[in-house]
Write a protein that binds this ligand. Structure first.
Ligand SMILES: *[C@@H]1O[C@H](CO)[C@@H](O)[C@H](O)[C@H]1NC(C)=O
Length: 356
């Protein structure tokens, strides 16, 4: 009698235990800040973080991530009780029920900006394709349930502005006409893509806003700027973030059930640049890996060029000319996950995952 009872209660416990319940999946879109290997499978030789010193701190080998370790989606997946997400183009059988990462290095919103990369449009096309595969895997009803509970995480548009500035290096500051034209096209296309996911059943969206582009070592190197943060890129990022926040609010008003979270990455990263030591970063302006002023020349991992690598990435905010270290990404992720409304609003990720 006793052993039977024991088995019975064990089974009951297993089937009711929350850790055994299906977690909401996490689908990720964006650029190199979120790319966890996608670019390695895009068939462009030399693209993707495939050589030392990428990955050296956490994975102990290059993993396709532009950092010495983990990226924000890695930490978020972990906080949400999910495994590290598989890149969509990873060959072989994939489990779409836990989430997938579509983000790819160099990605832009505007399709003509960097044609050789997996831009946001292509990422969304892949997502729509994946929805069909998910429905084959678990059936229509279960797939629809997962899609409506899932969180859709974005970091995109930084490269659109970096490229715009690159093309106009000799003509800065940009006119307000040029700024607004670009911004409206970016936001217009973003709206289309968000609505595509909404129409597939997505309801819970999370956005990392644009970082302080002018403080990036790569930007300071490109503009030959000496100082903490170059003003023109800062201005563009702030304008975009303000317009995007208004757009997200409009979407919430117009699309029934649409919920969102915006993480103020701009402010968080900016504070760490200017008050590095207060946040535990001895060096917050010069990258750990690269060459040139601020190590802003993006030569890290390029075998045919010379570059230097620091021996202690955890003291650095920037691992390379454009990407934070594992330590910095961990700090950002904690804020995104459970930060107060001054950092992440209207929902933080923890509450967005739990929302229904
Ligand atoms: C989307 O971007 C293209 C340029 O890539 C632009 O011509 C078009 O107007 C944009 N669409 C919207 C709705 O803004």
């Amino acid at each position: 009698m006793f052993p039977t009872l024991l088995i019975f209660t064990t089974l009951l416990f297993l089937s009711l235990s929350p850790s055994n319940a299906q977690k909401p999946p996490l689908y990720v879109f964006g650029d190199s800040l979120y790319d966890d290997g996608m670019t390695l499978y895009n068939g462009v030789k030399g693209a993707g973080a495939e050589y030392w010193p990428y990955g050296e701190t956490y994975f102990k080998k290059p993993s396709g991530r532009y950092s010495d370790g983990r990226l924000i989606p890695d930490f978020i997946a972990q906080f949400a009780g999910l495994p590290f997400l598989q890149p969509y183009l990873l060959p072989g059988l994939k489990d779409y029920t836990k989430g997938i990462n579509f983000a790819s290095a160099g990605a832009c919103v505007l399709v003509e900006t960097r044609p050789q990369t997996i831009n946001l449009k292509r990422q969304i096309d892949y997502f729509v394709q994946m929805v069909q595969k998910l429905k084959q895997q678990v059936g229509e009803a279960q797939a629809n349930k997962l899609l409506s509970e899932a969180v859709y995480l974005f970091n995109i548009a930084g490269n659109d502005y970096v490229t715009l500035l690159q093309k106009n290096v000799k003509k800065l500051p940009l006119s307000n006409f040029k700024r607004n034209r670009q911004m409206n096209m970016i936001l217009g296309n973003l709206t289309i893509h968000i609505k595509t996911i909404y129409n597939q059943g997505g309801r819970k969206f999370a956005f990392q806003n644009l970082g302080p582009l002018g403080c990036m070592p790569s930007m300071k190197y490109m503009l030959a700027f000496k100082g903490t943060c170059a003003p023109e890129p800062q201005e563009l990022a702030k304008m975009h973030n303000a317009k995007f926040a208004a757009l997200a609010k409009r979407l919430q008003n117009n699309l029934p059930g649409f919920k969102y979270s915006i993480y103020d990455f701009y402010t968080s990263l900016y504070l760490r640049v200017i008050y590095g030591s207060r946040y535990g970063f001895r060096e917050s302006e010069t990258a750990c890996c690269g060459s040139g002023s601020y190590n802003g020349d993006f030569t890290c991992q390029k075998k045919d060029q010379s570059f230097t690598v620091c021996s202690n990435p955890s003291e650095y905010l920037w691992f390379d000319a454009a990407h934070p270290t594992d330590k910095a990404n961990q700090a950002f992720s904690k804020e995104f996950w459970s930060g107060g409304s001054n950092l992440v609003a209207p929902y933080n990720l923890q509450n967005l995952f739990a929302a229904n």
